[in-house]
Structure formats: C-alpha cells, structure tokens
Design a protein around this ligand. Structure first.
Ligand SMILES: Cc1cc2nc3c(=O)[nH]c(=O)nc-3n(C[C@H](O)[C@H](O)[C@H](O)COP(=O)(O)OP(=O)(O)OC[C@H]3O[C@@H](n4cnc5c(N)ncnc54)[C@H](O)[C@@H]3O)c2cc1C
Length: 408
C-alpha cells in the first residue's frame, strides 16, 4: 500500500531514518515495522521560531516497498529537415526551452545566439572581472544559456502566475541539475553547475535534429508582406523559417531599436531599478535562525536568505534576487555602464550574502525622455541611470551601517 503524508520534525531529527519512520508510523497509527520505505516529495524549513522545524512530504510504502522513483531523462522526438522550422533568436533559458518545446511539437528549432558557447564564454568573463572591460557579445548576460548560465539558479519566484514548473525542474534534472531541486521548497542550482546543464540542453537540441549557431547576432527581420519569414545576422547570414521566436532577454537593447525601426508596435511597461546590498552571511544567519551571539548555524541549515517588501511614498520597494553565500558580479553588456547582479555556487559558502533592493519605475517616471526617445524612453532612462561614460567602468561601493556591509 502507498500513502502520501506530511510530517514535521525538529531540524536535528529531519535526516534520521528512525525518527522519520516513527513519525510516519504515528501518523498512520501502525507499528514502525509496517513502514517499509519512503520517497521524499517536498522539503521545507520553518525557521519562524527558535526551534527550527522541517516539513516533509513523503510517499510511504506500507507493508511493501515502493518502487524507485523514475529519473527524468532527456527524451525528445526527432525532427527532420522537411518539418516546419522555427528560428529562435537567443539561447538563454527562454530560447532553450522554446527549442525543447519545438521538438516536442515536431518543429525543427534553429537557435541563433550572438555570444559564444558556454565553455568559450567562461574565458570572456576574465576581462570584466580583472580590467572592467566588457566583451559586448560575450559576457555575464550574452552567450550560451544567456543570463541563465551564471544566474545563480534560484528556481523560485514571488510571481503568482505559474506555468508547468515541475516540467521545467524535470528538464533541468534530465540535463544534469541536482535531483534535490525536485523536492526543495526553495530549489537552487548554483553558478558552478549551470554551465554544464546549459551545454547538455544544447546537446539534446542537436541530437534531436535541431541546430544551434553561436556568434550569430541577429540584426534584422526578413518579411514577406506582413509575415516574418526569417532573420538576417550581422555577418550577412540569412536564415529562413516558418516562424521566428525572439528570446533575446532584457539586456538586448539593440533588439528593441531594431523592432521599432521595423515598424513593430512596442509598448512601455514598468520595471524596477535599485542597488545591491552586501551583508555578512553570519549576520543574516544569526537573525533568521535566532542564533545566540557567536553561534554558527546548524550544519543541516542552508545559508539563510530573506525577503523584504514595503511601500514608500506609495511606491513598491522590495528585495530582489537575494543570494545567500554568494558574490556580486558585473553584469553589464556595454562598456559605458555599471550593472551588477548576484550569484552563488551550489554550496553557497561565501562569507557574504547579497540582495538587490529595488523600486518600481512606472512609464510616467521616464516621461522626461519621451520627447527624445518615444516608446524607448524607459530603456534609455535605464541606460542613463547605469551610465559611467566610456572607459570608466568602476564599481561604486559605499560602506553602510554595520548591519549592511556595502552597497553597490
Ligand atoms: C548574475 C545573474 C544572476 C541571476 N540570478 C537569477 C536567479 O537566481 N534566478 C532567476 O530566476 N533569475 C536570475 N537571473 C535572471 C535570469 O538569468 C534571467 O531572467 C533569464 O536569463 C532570462 O532568460 P531569457 O532567455 O529571457 O533571456 P537571457 O538569459 O537574457 O537570454 C537572451 C539571449 O539572447 C541572446 N541575444 C540577445 N540579442 C541577440 C541577437 N540580436 N541575436 C542573437 N542572440 C541574441 C543573448 O546573448 C542571450 O544569450 C540572474 C541574472 C544574472 C545576470
């Protein structure tokens, strides 16, 4: 017999087999011996009180063992050259998952990416980190996997609009992400593991008959009447298709300009800007886990995170992309701007935590740029806000109070 049960255990007992069996048997009102095995479905921490608890959802085998759970594997149908073709511009998470979906629908995906493959791209991060020089088509945002390759890999969101989240996690596991993301309430992959996941996804696309082309920056749409029938790249290459998917992300400002000049209707939307705050991880642990002075967090606890959200003068202000045990990285895509973001390795063992603290910018806030830039006023305002002037890409860091280490 099989049953799905929720149990709550004190942190210290949460990985102890006997304690789990006993709690399950108590819930089932059965002797311990009838609880044969179990599989973890969900793991979440409740650290609101000093006594930290772990909530577990388990599939339980009663009287007979459960069969091992099926591991997700990359399994996509083969597409041939006579099938419909889709050009996908951009090989970030959006582009990669669009390509996988095309395979499922019997459409041949042809992915065009302005940057390099993830291995070559790693070398292009050194100039940004050492000299502050951005290679404009290959950096923390552009290249195989897009901003997703070094994106920390926090796989959770405050957004209430949900797609098939479980399918996404399974696709990531099938391509080498840790299985633990299938059960954690706050799953995280880590910037050290993401490049291999991204490269494995590319291999799946190609193995099923799709194509992925690097150093192929799309500069124009090709149209036949009102229909888009392909794209043109900076090197003159033309790729024709039955459909074009733009998955160029938020950093490709040139794409907005290209669309506007092609007569595509664009609409302004709100966005958020702010600073990144760096704290000592120990300080965040001690607050979130109610630690006595000088005490370190329990080894079963992850580096602690936080969320804040408030309104100031009727304006939403909130923390964004909080990275426990992480690093602040330069995420600019052009040489005359400063943009920072946060990432962490899968172990999340840096001594620092960091988080964005951002405020919403509505279209009316950037109205001063309207006359000059029209619908791209917000994009140009963003550009001006991060601008430093050519050749002076310096990180601006301010030490703040003792609670908050530095502001970038
Ligand atoms: C350091 C860092 C940490 C982050 N941490 C997280 C996190 O923990 N969790 C989270 O959910 N999000 C995180 N993000 C954000 C996340 O990475 C992005 O939201 C996500 O990558 C967006 O996916 P996308 O495919 O829409 O666009 P992108 O990832 O931006 O991909 C777009 C791709 O299109 C390519 N492209 C652009 N223009 C062209 C063109 N003209 N021709 C051809 N190719 C083009 C780019 O090179 C790029 O590869 C982080 C981002 C950064 C930089």
């Amino acid at each position: 017999m099989r049953e799905t049960l929720d149990i709550v255990l004190p942190l210290e007992q949460s990985e102890n087999e006997n304690a789990i069996r006993k709690a399950l048997a108590e819930r089932l009102k059965l002797p311990d011996s009838r609880v044969i095995n179990w599989h973890l479905l969900k793991h979440s921490l409740d650290a609101r009180q000093r006594q930290i608890k772990v909530q577990l959802r388990l599939d339980v085998g009663i009287d007979e063992p459960l069969a091992p759970p099926q591991q997700p594997t990359p399994d996509y149908p083969q597409v041939d050259s006579d099938m419909p073709r889709a050009v996908i511009v951009g090989c970030g998470p959006g582009g990669m998952f669009a390509a996988l979906r095309c395979l499922e629908l019997g459409i041949k995906p042809i992915v065009l990416e302005r940057g390099k493959d993830a291995s070559a791209r790693r070398f292009d991060l050194a100039p940004i980190l050492r000299k502050g020089t951005v290679i404009e088509d290959s950096n923390y945002c552009f290249g195989e996997g897009g901003a997703g390759t070094f994106s920390d890999g926090k796989l959770y969101t405050r957004a209430t609009k949900r797609g098939p989240v479980r399918d996404i996690y399974e696709a990531l596991v099938a391509h080498g992400a840790p299985e633990r993301i299938l059960v954690d309430a706050h799953p995280h992959i880590g910037s050290n593991l993401l490049p291999n996941v991204v490269m494995a996804i590319r291999k799946s696309i190609i193995a099923s008959g799709g194509e992925v082309h690097f150093q192929s920056r799309v500069t124009a749409l090709i149209r036949s009447g009102k229909e888009v029938i392909g794209v043109k790249c900076a090197d003159g290459k033309v790729v024709l298709a039955d459909g074009v998917i733009l998955a160029t992300g938020h950093s490709a400002r040139d794409i907005y300009r290209m669309l506007l000049s092609a007569g595509v209707t664009l609409e302004q939307k709100p966005f958020a800007v702010g600073v990144r705050i760096e704290h000592s991880q120990e300080r965040i642990d001690s607050i979130q886990y109610h630690l006595a002075p000088g005490h370190k967090r329990h080894n079963l606890l992850p580096a602690a995170s936080y969320r804040v959200a408030t309104k100031i003068d009727d304006r939403g202000v909130h923390s964004f992309c909080m990275c426990p045990g992480g690093f602040i990285v330069p995420a600019a895509t052009e040489n005359d701007e400063v943009v920072v973001n946060g990432m962490s390795l899968s172990r999340r063992d840096s001594k620092f935590a960091n988080s964005g603290l951002v405020v919403t910018v509505e279209p009316e806030d950037t109205a001063a740029c309207n006359a000059q830039f029209g619908v791209l006023a917000g994009v140009m305002w963003q550009k001006k806000t991060g601008a430093t002037g050519k050749g002076s890409r310096r990180w601006r860091a301010n030490r703040t109070s003792t609670d908050c280490h530095r502001l970038y």
